[in-house]
Design a protein around this ligand. Structure first.
Ligand SMILES: C[S@@+](CC[C@H](N)C(=O)[O-])C[C@H]1O[C@@H](n2cnc3c(N)ncnc32)[C@H](O)[C@@H]1O
Length: 267
């Protein structure tokens, strides 16, 4: 499957021949913004909504959405490798499975990777559709027997309730959009709400923590901002904080496209 999507960061001359740009299965005609609306054109004839994809042996669906998204954020692969290694190691040493909370979890690749590595996963997303796609991916990956709780809720509300219940998690992932809405219309504005959200994750982290991974898209900011917010919340717990940008490399690795900012606290 070859698709063409606009990318605001790709400001250089095209390297491929024009005929290669034409020989594709789908073209997104819409806004370049991460959550830009638009529609897909199919030069070689209409295609189904989904197509099979695979990451590290996990089968899932790529899908055409009315957004620029294709049902997966491939640049998150470095996070999935990281969490798989961390969880697998911890699961070997502990008497109970590590508890992982995946906030803003979308189609669930991180949740499937964590569950396969031995974690007990709680996946939270505000979109019923995204939760449905994530459960579909669980079936496709033949992982229905793995312990994943799928929760359709507002991430802030869910975390505040978990705190009141006294629940904690050994590892937390949060990948909020720039702007979002909870199932009951709760408004999420990243630059306004992120500090409180990160503080909530600090209070939810267990006494035997592994890591917290924050990723953010489409904000005019530097990864230093993410680094400082994590340093403020987790600095006193020791461990280390790694921050930077998630990138995608062109096939010949000559070029890199920055897709998002991240900061990882590792206990
Ligand atoms: C950028 S995507 C996350 C991508 C995901 N981390 C991945 O790797 O596949 C953001 C997700 O946040 C969800 N979302 C938006 N507002 C939300 C809210 N208030 N509470 C929970 N989830 C929300 C959206 O439905 C979307 O699935």
């Amino acid at each position: 499957m070859k698709i063409v999507r606009p990318e605001a960061q790709a400001i250089w001359q095209k390297a491929l021949e024009p005929k290669e740009w034409k020989a594709v299965d789908a073209i997104f005609t819409g806004d370049t913004e991460e959550d830009g609306m638009g529609r897909w054109l199919f030069p070689s004839g209409q295609l189904g909504e989904t197509w099979p994809m695979e990451w590290d042996g996990i089968t899932f669906h790529g899908r055409f959405t009315s957004f620029r998204h294709v049902g997966v954020f491939p640049e998150q692969s470095s996070h999935w490798h990281f969490l798989s290694d961390m969880v697998r190691e911890a699961a070997k040493k502990r008497s109970t499975p590590p508890k992982v909370l995946n906030l803003f979890g979308y189609t669930g690749l991180a949740s499937l990777a964590a569950a396969r590595a031995g974690a007990h996963v709680t996946h939270v997303d505000a979109s019923k559709k995204a939760i449905g796609w994530a459960r579909e991916n669980q079936q496709l990956a033949d992982m229905e027997n793995l312990p994943i709780r799928w929760i359709c809720d507002d991430a802030v509300k869910f975390c505040e309730r978990e705190l009141r219940r006294g629940n904690t998690y050994d590892a937390i992932l949060l990948d909020p959009p720039k702007y979002g809405r909870g199932p009951k219309g709760e408004v999420w504005q990243l630059l306004d709400d992120l500090p409180h959200m990160v503080d909530l994750t600090r209070e939810l982290i267990s006494k035997d923590p592994l890591f917290v991974v924050l990723t953010s898209y489409a904000i005019r900011s530097s990864f230093y901002a993410m680094h400082e917010i994590m340093q403020e919340a987790f600095g006193d717990l020791g461990g280390k904080i790694e921050s930077g940008e998630l990138i995608l490399r062109t096939e010949d690795s000559a070029r890199a496209i920055s897709t998002s900012l991240f900061s990882r606290w590792i206990a």
